[in-house]
Write a protein that binds this ligand. Structure first.
Ligand code: ADP
Ligand code: MG
Length: 612
């Protein structure tokens, strides 16, 4: 029998490698901009046409390349930034693998012009799909200009996979922001389809944030400055009242490069935890300068993930630094409920504060998870909010025709004791929604007020707990699987809980020591949210240091419920309100949400009579 193994041709190998580095136009923008920064440019121009499909050009006035270097720069593993294997572990050169230009040239048509200061003539090179078309001398300015045309011209599948122009452009701008923010001393010019988007002169870090991202941030940020041996943390965080509903404008830079770090992000967000509602997020622009030996470099193709040797210490330094910054800028930690307002306004909050019903006893020793392990109510199978109601008409008939036999009550909780007889839960026909936040209904005993978001989170939590126990995932295969890179300790968490993740619909494979390819994800979570979900769930699992399996179930179910619960201010119809009410009272624990806040309150007849 003949031998079967063959070496892949170089251009095919390059295309495969390109899959890691060049996912979309934004990845090209990131690599080219970073190269220009590395070449010590003081002015960088970025030109985009057709959201990067047609052209991505970066022109810099950096140090340029010799004729030989110009040609070599397109070879795989060709880099001027690493001399020895040890350099790989030096933060200042972290991630340099000499792969970017080779990868870009494998999947596009590239034209490069480059000249060093002392050279009379420059070099012009044209490469298409890894193939050298021409190399000649040329007249050009000092520095380097690289044009990347017709990205993925030779891989139509990838080209088809690109999102809309608006979305691709948004991603490009995000990459540009990451580089431009941390290099405020560089003059940046950006054109999109011949329209000037930015022309931004050298300035300081705060000015750059304000001028680049949002002029109003000038008043919204407070400085952060912490210095200890070998580590300096500086930058800005948003004042709590300027928190946002999304996690945009959260930036970490380590030794002048943008990185992701879910654990440190958790340190910041948790510092705001007591003062912000659950789905509001602080903005931050944090620079960490740290001695290279205190970082474990985890070589990732896109160079955005790193590990700190002592992340725990950094975590607590960051937290205490933020507390101090709050103190210095006399930010009060208020004790009232923010959740009714988009933007914090004390007067309005106080005005809108709900009246506390008189006859509720709260158990101070509540454990929202108490008594969970034996939950066995029928799983509805779909907790997606849209589908949540699809079979509602049917349920409606069965449940609300005065026959409440199917409603199970939790015997243990104090509020539930209040209505411990099933027939007292006779809900009236109609529900009213108040402030898009509360469901108000009538029962025999009086009036019931349900916090719709808390109730929904509780319902989902119990459904996910059920799934974790029953292993009946509803998942969706990812056509282009996401790869995530985690810290070493996080990898342990993912390995240990692989089966649990599978039971809620996440399937992943390990690649190397700390990379994971996510092949499928639960239907309730959109593709865009996968990474974010993992960050949250890992952070939650990290806090769960014990070995108790059920606690891990809770950590995962809690993260899922939190991610998939209805958004604030959701308008509900009568049937939807009924469904939430009914499901809430089927929960094992129906009286508190996952943070121990009451899900509902009852104003009984006596109280009503007292008022009137
Ligand atoms: P890396 O940045 O990891 O070294 P790249 O493929 O991005 O790998 O670049 C390869 C080499 O090409 C760089 O190490 C550098 O020497 C050279 N190079 C790339 N872009 C520029 C530029 N804009 N100016 C000067 N040299 C550059
Ligand atoms: Mg590079």
């Amino acid at each position: 029998m003949s031998d079967l193994i063959r070496l892949l041709p170089e251009n095919v190998a390059n295309q495969i490698a390109a899959g890691e580095v060049v996912q979309r136009p934004a990845s090209v923008v990131k690599e080219l901009l970073e190269n220009s920064v590395d070449a010590k440019a003081t002015k960088i121009t970025l030109i985009i046409k057709d959201a990067g499909r047609l052209l991505i050009q970066v022109i810099d006035n950096g140090k340029g390349m010799s004729e030989t270097d110009a040609r070599l720069s397109f070879e795989r593993h060709a880099t001027s930034k690493i001399n020895s294997a040890e350099d790989l572990f030096n933060i200042n050169t972290f991630g340099f693998r000499g792969e970017a230009l080779a990868s870009i040239a494998a999947v596009s048509q590239v034209e490069m012009k480059t000249k060093r200061e002392d050279d009379e003539l420059g070099t012009k090179i044209i490469i298409e799909g890894s193939k050298l078309i021409s190399q000649e001398e040329c007249t050009c300015d000092v520095g380097t200009s690289i044009s990347v045309k017709n990205l993925f011209f030779n891989i139509p599948v990838r080209r088809n996979f690109l999102k809309s122009n608006t979305q691709e452009l948004k991603l490009i701008v995000e990459e540009f922001f990451k580089v431009a923010l941390i290099n405020p001393n560089i003059h940046f010019v950006v054109y999109n389809n011949d329209t000037l988007l930015h022309d931004i002169l050298p300035e300081n870090f705060k000015q750059r944030i304000v001028n680049l991202i949002n002029k109003s941030y000038k008043e919204k940020l407070i400085p952060l400055e912490i210095e200890i041996e070998n580590v300096k943390i500086s930058g800005f965080i948003s004042k709590p009242e300027h928190a946002k509903k999304s996690r945009s404008d959260q930036y970490f830079f380590v030794n002048n490069r943008f990185v992701r770090h879910s654990y440190l992000k958790h340190a910041i967000e948790s510092s705001f935890q007591d003062i912000l509602p659950a789905d509001m997020y602080p903005m931050f622009f944090i620079k960490i300068d740290i001695a290279p030996e205190l970082i474990d470099v985890n070589i990732h193709p896109t160079k955005t993930e790193i590990n700190f040797q002592d992340a725990r210490t950094l975590y607590s330094i960051l937290k205490s630094g933020i507390k101090k910054a709050f103190g210095t800028f006399s930010i009060q930690i208020p004790s009232f409920d923010f959740s009714t307002n988009d933007v914090f306004n004390p007067n309005e909050v106080i005005k809108d504060r709900p009246i506390v019903p008189p006859s509720i006893k709260l158990n101070p020793n509540y454990d929202p998870f108490d008594g969970f392990s034996n939950v066995k109510h029928k799983s509805e199978g779909n907790s997606n909010w849209q589908e949540f109601y699809s079979d509602l008409n049917e349920q409606f008939k069965d449940i609300f025709n005065g026959d409440n036999e199917s409603v199970e009550l939790n015997q243990h909780s104090t509020i539930d004791d209040f209505i411990d007889q099933k027939d007292e839960l006779n809900f009236g026909e109609t529900f009213i929604q108040f402030k898009n936040k509360y469901i108000i209904g009538t029962i025999d005993k009086g009036i019931i007020i349900i916090d719709q978001q808390r109730a929904h989170e509780r319902i989902l939590f119990e459904e996910y707990m059920e799934k974790l126990n029953e292993k009946s995932p509803a998942s969706q295969l990812d056509m282009f699987p996401e790869t995530i890179t985690v810290n070493f300790d996080e990898a342990l968490i993912l390995d240990e809980n692989k089966e649990l993740f599978e039971s809620i619909g996440f399937m992943y494979e390990k690649l190397g020591k700390t990379n994971y390819v996510i092949n499928s994800h639960p239907e309730d979570i959109s593709t865009d949210e996968i990474k974010d979900f993992f960050e949250t769930v890992i952070a939650n699992l990290k806090l769960e240091t014990g070995r108790v399996v059920n606690n891990r179930h809770k950590a995962i179910a809690k993260s899922m419920a939190n991610k998939t619960k209805i958004r604030e201010n959701t308008v509900l119809h009568n049937l939807e309100m009924r469904n939430i009410t009914e499901k809430l009272f089927k929960c094992k624990t129906s009286d508190v949400d996952l943070n121990g806040n009451p899900t509902y309150a009852i104003i009984d007849m006596d109280a009503v009579a007292n008022i009137l």
